[in-house]
Design a protein around this ligand. Structure first.
Ligand code: MG
Ligand code: MG
Length: 250
C-alpha cells in the first residue's frame, strides 16, 4: 500500500526535510582531516535536537548513533566512532534522518576530506548525477522500473556499478515505507507512482563490483572488493511535473 500524503503531511515532510538538509550542512562543515566520525555524529545530533526534532536513525533497529557515517569502501550504515579519524583523501558518506512532529526526512551526501583523487571525485559526481537522471523520469504515473533503469544505465555508462542489495524507499511517518525503490530495473515495468507520494531516491554507486558484504559489527556494509563507494540521497515529493526535493537547500 503506497501512501499518498495530504497537504498538512507534506508540510511536515517539508519541515523535516529542511532540518535533515541543514544537518548535512553541519556535517559538511565539521568534516576535515583529524576529526573523528563520532565528533561529526555528535554535532548532527545536537543540531537536530536544537531544531525540535529527533534523529530518525538513533535506535532504529538498534542503530547506536544519529547518523550513518561510512568511509571509503564502507557503503552505508557505518557506525560513528571516536577511533575512526578522518584523513586527507578519504571520502565520507553521511546519511541522516530527522523526525519532526512524526514525519521523517532522509538524505545522504558523500564529502571529500581535503584533496581526494580524481577518480574519487568522478565517482562522487557520477553518483550525484545518477540521482538527477532519476529526477528526469520521476513524475506522477511513472513506473518503479523507470527510476532504477535511469540510475543504472547512467552509472554503467560511466564505468561504475550500482549496489543491488540495498535500495531506496517510500518515506513519511515511517522512515521506510513501501515501495522499495531499486537503483536498477527495467523501464516501463513495475507499479506506478503518483503525485503526493514521498520517496527517498538514493543511488549507492561502487567503483568496482556491485557486490557488498556486512562487517562483523553487524551494521557496516562494505564493498566486497575493497574499492570505493559513494551515496547520494534526497527525500522527494512526486508531482504531476517536476519533483520537489525536500532535503535540498542550495
Ligand atoms: Mg538515508
Ligand atoms: Mg533512505
Amino acid at each position: 500500500m503506497f501512501i499518498i500524503k495530504n497537504s498538512e503531511q507534506l508540510e511536515l515532510m517539508r519541515h523535516a526535510g529542511r532540518i535533515t538538509a541543514e544537518a548535512l550542512l553541519v556535517a559538511k562543515e565539521a568534516i576535515r582531516p583529524g576529526v573523528s566520525t563520532k565528533e561529526v555524529d555528535i554535532k548532527i545530533r545536537h543540531f537536530i535536537e536544537k531544531c525540535g526534532a529527533t534523529p530518525s536513525f538513533l535506535g532504529y533497529g538498534g542503530f547506536p548513533a544519529s547518523a550513518c557515517i561510512s568511509v571509503n569502501d564502507e557503503v552505508i550504515h557505518g557506525i560513528p566512532s571516536e577511533r575512526r579519524i578522518l584523513v586527507e583523501g578519504d571520502i565520507v558518506k553521511v546519511d541522516v534522518g530527522a523526525r519532526y512532529r512524526g514525519y521523517n526526512g532522509d538524505s545522504a551526501r558523500t564529502f571529500p576530506v581535503g584533496k581526494v583523487s580524481d577518480e574519487a571525485l568522478r565517482l562522487i559526481r557520477v553518483t550525484k548525477d545518477s540521482f538527477y537522471e532519476a529526477m528526469k523520469v520521476l513524475k506522477s504515473g511513472c513506473r518503479l522500473g523507470d527510476i532504477g533503469h535511469a540510475v543504472e544505465s547512467f552509472v554503467i555508462s560511466n564505468g561504475f556499478s550500482v549496489v543491488r542489495d540495498y535500495v531506496g524507499h517510500g518515506v513519511g511517518k515511517d522512515l521506510h515505507e513501501e515501495p522499495n525503490i531499486p537503483n536498477y530495473g527495467t523501464a516501463g515495468r513495475g507499479p506506478r507512482l503518483y503525485a503526493d507520494m514521498t520517496v527517498a531516491i538514493e543511488p549507492m554507486v561502487n567503483q568496482g563490483t556491485h557486490e557488498v558484504k556486512v562487517k562483523n559489527d553487524g551494521w557496516t556494509v562494505l564493498t566486497r572488493d575493497g574499492k570505493l563507494s559513494a551515496h547520494y540521497e534526497n527525500t522527494v515529493a512526486i508531482t504531476d511535473g517536476e519533483p520537489i526535493l525536500l532535503t535540498e537547500i542550495d
